[in-house]
Design a protein around this ligand. Structure first.
Ligand code: AMP
Length: 220
């Protein structure tokens, strides 16, 4: 399938995107992960994106559009994919439409994971990530605890909190989200692609609800 997942920061869209990509055999493409990787490697894109990410602002459209266009125009173009964190503005949605059209690819659906702001602020406070570049597993003290507190289950590295998950920054990221999400919703509603899913509850029940809406069947 060819999907986009939209939702506020901390809504669990990254977690659901990874689960869906594994279960349905799609490539998971997260612009947030790509940008953080670029920052760690101090590439020109990374250096450009760093101050925006640190302040909780959106990286300029041209930068992310370029990253995504290169991914779809390159030799390893994904056939089935889930885009997570992109598009985030109407301009990005237009740029994506253009790239997909040029490549002869049609989307199957655009998931909107809906979670209210208070719940987001509570959840993001519990979010921990593995800083090991070859791992980057994510945890949450509310619904996805590591077995040993503060230690990554997958590779044993000490967990950290993301700088842009601090409460002040997350509030700003939510404001940014609310200013752009309506346009994106209209964009994909007009294309008959929008699928609304409640993002409240445990990871497994959200996953099942999502697959039910996508595939029309209940998958355990
Ligand atoms: P995420 O991991 O998706 O929450 O993204 C983390 C940060 O990366 C965002 O707060 C933005 O600063 C930046 N970012 C990720 N994707 C995009 C995008 N499509 N457009 C602009 N900025 C982005």
């Amino acid at each position: 399938m060819r999907l986009i997942i939209l939702g506020p920061p901390g809504s669990g869209k990254g977690t659901q995107a990874v689960l869906l990509s594994q279960r349905l055999g799609m490539v998971h493409i997260s612009t947030g992960d790509i940008l953080r990787h670029a920052i760690r490697n101090q590439t020109p894109e990374g250096k450009l994106a760093q101050p925006y990410i640190a302040r909780g602002q959106l990286v300029p459209d041209e930068v992310v559009n370029q990253i995504i266009a290169a991914r779809f125009r390159g030799p390893s173009r994904p056939e089935d994919f889930i885009l997570d964190g992109y598009p985030r503005t109407d301009h990005q949605a237009d740029a994506l439409d253009e790239v997909l059209k040029e490549q002869g690819i049609a989307l199957d659906g655009v998931i909107l994971l809906e979670v209210d702001d208070q719940e987001i602020i509570r959840r993001v406070g519990g979010r921990w990530i593995c800083p090991n570049p070859s791992c980057l597993a994510t945890y949450n003290t509310f619904n996805k605890k590591s077995k040993k507190p503060g230690i990554c289950d997958a590779c044993g590295t000490g967990l950290i909190q993301r700088d842009d998950d601090k409460e002040e920054t997350i509030r700003h990221r939510l404001e940014v989200y609310h200013t752009v999400i309506d346009e994106l919703v209209h964009h994909y509603e007009a294309q008959g692609l929008l699928i609304r899913v409640h993002g409240k509850g445990d990871i497994e029940s959200i996953r099942r609800d999502l697959e039910l809406k996508l595939l029309g069947k209940d998958h355990k």
